[in-house]
Ligand binder design. Structure first.
Ligand code: TNX
Length: 497
């Protein structure tokens, strides 16, 4: 009776304090892995963790892990607590999948490619409680995991409000945790030109000087841009630079008179209207300009994509728009890059390899599919992180929809367009437009907690996704948001505890 009493007491006490899961499948992993097999044992991670990499090409991944786990030591050979290897021998894992095996004596992460090992590391880091890398106990078992879509991205608009290199790196850290592999930077718009182009110095001398609301603006030097590209590459993230043309170009029109049909430089713009500006599609100077910009951008961008915008060119006649995009397509190809454009570009004669980003028009996506173009899904009504959560949101827009955390999560990219074959769906991207977003706190408020959901849509099979279980896992990430100092929106739909 006495023993039973103590057992009951112990049970009650244990119930009072938060406990790490004892079963591998109980972890709040986001995105949810493809397969989890729990084996019921325990692995003790000791204070001086050792890691062994079986292949030199894994040094980037090992460096990242060392950086994250301060107490880590790399050993060349022999036994180690964490072993990273490229001998998965499992074709289904592809280039990005991995296997994470936790036994009672070791953690083994194996993949076909370093990127897969990196994602295995992300999963492991989500299992270790909050930066307490000392004396951690982990449940044993095996996770086999790989993504649903090849393209899993987010976009940051650095034109409407400018965000410096440190902010962009923090944004990269956000998407890294959730296994996204693309950061699309919206580098030009009416309110500001944000990338140094050495042969067109006025773009930044004049066009970068302001932003929405009249603040100081700013731009990245090519050196800073390269630093961002490198930081992203170390996390297996491709930077996709966007120069938005022929509309959304007031900053460029204010910088170079020759881009205007009347030959006069326009004024800088700090408002929030869209669709009023256009490069003059009849001027040869326009094509010389686009060529110079894309040439430099292609040189500093190792990724294969250049995004040319192409949206909302309401001030360009349709025939001029098509003529313009057709010429720009040739310029992008000439510099060895693949074109991406917002869905309107599907109206032009773009190449089959080009990629169309659906934000607004299913009709344009259908046109694209007929030409065989792959499609990135960013439907404004579901994926725009600049939309308010509800009517009380302190910032954000509502022109497309109010997007609560459950709506942001509960859609299937494959069924958005009945006319688009699923093989053409390249993936998804969640954009953050920044007309109402002025600083990092604002970014965090709109991005968290929707971003992890978009990452899961991109990574996890539809059959294993479900809001009711997701909302519990999402709540499990709140202590992580807090420890990273992320100012997230405490949606009433999630029981944050
Ligand atoms: C539409 S989406 C735009 C952007 C705005 C956004 C605001 C798209 C391709 N164009 O220029 O920033 O709405 O929600």
């Amino acid at each position: 009776f006495y023993v039973l009493g103590i057992a009951v007491l112990a049970f009650l006490l244990a119930g009072c304090e938060p406990k790490e899961p004892t079963d591998l499948s109980d972890h709040s992993l986001i995105p949810h892995p493809a397969e989890i097999t729990a084996t019921g044992g325990r692995f003790q991670l000791n204070p001086s963790v050792t890691v062994r990499m079986a292949d030199l090409s894994l040094h980037r991944v090992a460096d990242y892990l060392i950086d994250r786990m301060a107490s880590l030591k790399v050993v060349e050979s022999g036994a180690a607590d964490i072993a990273l290897s490229l001998d998965a021998n499992d074709e289904q894992l592809g280039a990005e999948g991995y296997q994470l095996k936790i036994t009672e004596s070791q953690i083994l992460i194996s993949a076909n490619h370093p990127q897969g090992v990196f994602y295995g590391v992300q999963t492991l880091l989500q299992m270790i409680p909050l930066r307490q890398y000392e004396s951690v106990e982990l449940p044993t078992g095996v996770i086999r995991d790989y993504p649903r879509y090849a393209y899993r991205g987010s976009m940051l608009d650095v034109s409407r409000h400018f965000f410096g290199v440190e902010d962009v790196k923090r944004y990269i850290d956000f998407i890294t945790t959730y296994k996204m592999n693309v950061l699309h930077l919206h580098l030009s718009d009416d309110q500001g030109w944000r990338i140094e182009i050495k042969s067109k110095p006025e773009l930044t001398a004049i066009g970068a000087a302001t932003e929405v609301g009249g603040g100081d603006g700013g731009f990245y030097t090519q050196q800073q841009y390269k630093e961002i590209v490198k930081y992203a590459a170390n996390r297996f993230i491709t930077i996709i630079p966007e120069i938005d043309i022929p509309g959304h170009t007031q900053a460029a029109l204010a910088s170079y008179a020759a881009l205007n049909c009347d030959g006069k430089a326009g004024d800088l713009y700090t408002g929030t209207k869209v669709g009023f500006s256009t490069l003059c599609t009849d001027n040869e100077a326009t094509y010389e300009f686009v060529d110079a910009v894309i040439q430099e951008l292609a040189t500093i961008t190792p990724g294969k994509y250049i995004h040319i915008g192409g949206d909302e060119s309401h001030a360009t006649k349709k025939e001029d728009y098509i003529y313009f995009i057709n010429r720009v397509q040739k310029i992008v190809s000439k510099y060895g890059k693949t074109l991406i454009g917002w869905d309107e570009v599907a109206q032009a004669n773009i190449e089959t390899e080009s990629i169309v980003q659906q934000w607004n028009s299913a009709g344009n996506a259908t046109l694209a599919a007929e030409k065989g173009n792959r499609i990135i899904l960013s439907p404004a009504t579901l994926a725009y992180m600049d939309m308010k959560y509800d009517t009380t949101s302190r910032i954000g827009y509502d022109w497309a929809a109010l997007i609560e955390v459950d709506q942001a999560y509960s859609w299937d990219p494959d069924t958005i367009n009945a006319m688009v074959p699923v093989e053409l769906i390249f993936g998804i991207e969640a954009p953050l437009w920044t007309e109402t977003v002025e600083n990092m706190e604002d970014i965090e408020y709109l991005v968290f907690p929707r971003l992890p959901g978009y990452a899961e849509i991109g990574w996890s099979a539809q059959s294993i996704r479900n809001w009711e279980t997701y909302r519990i896992r999402l709540a499990g990430h709140a202590p992580r948001f807090e420890s990273e100092g992320i100012d997230y929106y405490r949606s009433p739909l999630v029981d944050w505890g």
